[in-house]
Design a protein. Sequence first.
Length: 385
Amino acid sequence: MGNASSIQVGTINFSYHEFGPLFASTENPADDGEVAEEPAPLLLIHGFGSTQYDWPLEFLESLAETRKVFIFDNPRIGLSNDTSDTPLTINYMANATLGLIEALQLSRPDILGYSMGGDVALSLATQHGDQVGAIIAMAASFGGPDAPQPEGGLEAVLQGLETVFLSKYATVTNNGAVPSTSPMSALIPASTTDGTEEAGDEDPNKLFFPQGTLDLAFCNLFNDYFSLTYAVGFTPLDGTGYAVPSIIPSYAAIIPSPTALTQQKRALLEYHTSVSEVEALLPTISNQIMFISGVQDNIIPIMTQIKAVELSPGAWLMQIPDGGHGLPFLEPATVAATSVSFLDQAQALGPVPKSYYTPNPSSGAVAFSGKVMVVTMAAMVLLFL
């Protein structure tokens, strides 16, 4: 993966990584015998309270097998510093991401956004669709007051998440010494008095892991958490885990500040309470979108994405019955492989598509065990069975 790079975009100094493809495709001829065109680069946008180092390593490796991948820290979090005092909003982050795309001289990159990052991706598609390619919106919402809300309301959910993050971060010393946890470890279900380590229904951790410690996403996150701590010297082991210490320079790279969390929370609340431009513009976009949704998502209800699919021409919908909100951690390689299949076959759509997209069965788009594809007039639905 290599060391992080940085690039100045207006008031923002973006920290990012660029890697892939892991396997060259020069021997992959096109139908006419010519060398196949390289896939579009893929830009990943992370969610609330997360940095570029919170992506599961297996997920990144799978995505980068055949294409160039970029990960970065959103403005004002991790290692991406921003000197602007402009209020942070989803639109601000979308415009900043567009600036990053232009600064990196990427030609219509595909975009994969998770959670809040999915909101940013949808904003990019609806406002700057001619400058990006296909869109994957994972556990994301089109925003506005009409979008289905989680039980108890989004503000209470975000407050719960913020409390969990802040209460489980250890204080960093003046010398920048290592704290005892990483940001994503704050979502690990708390122990109960009987020692089962199963969070109660009222525990905000259950927002991410509906099955507690039995949740596969929890197990994968737990593994990645220890990889992160190895990477920045939490243990005396050298060269292990997510990356060697030189790649992740310090805990400042993986722990968002309370100020960053507060600003992101306000941005999300504004996005979900103001009239939604995304909702109004989704029917007009020419970018094909795949929505990925956990049926048991307690933060972004699945009905949100079902409604988004109804608004979006030629959209795909991937539903994961056992999935909560922590989708990248559930089946990293499988979700990545399905995402790549979508991106490989995604097509630009006219304002009114002539026909809904149907995959070529010989292309391998659905050649994964344990899934059934159902094609409807509104979307393509992938079910994990």
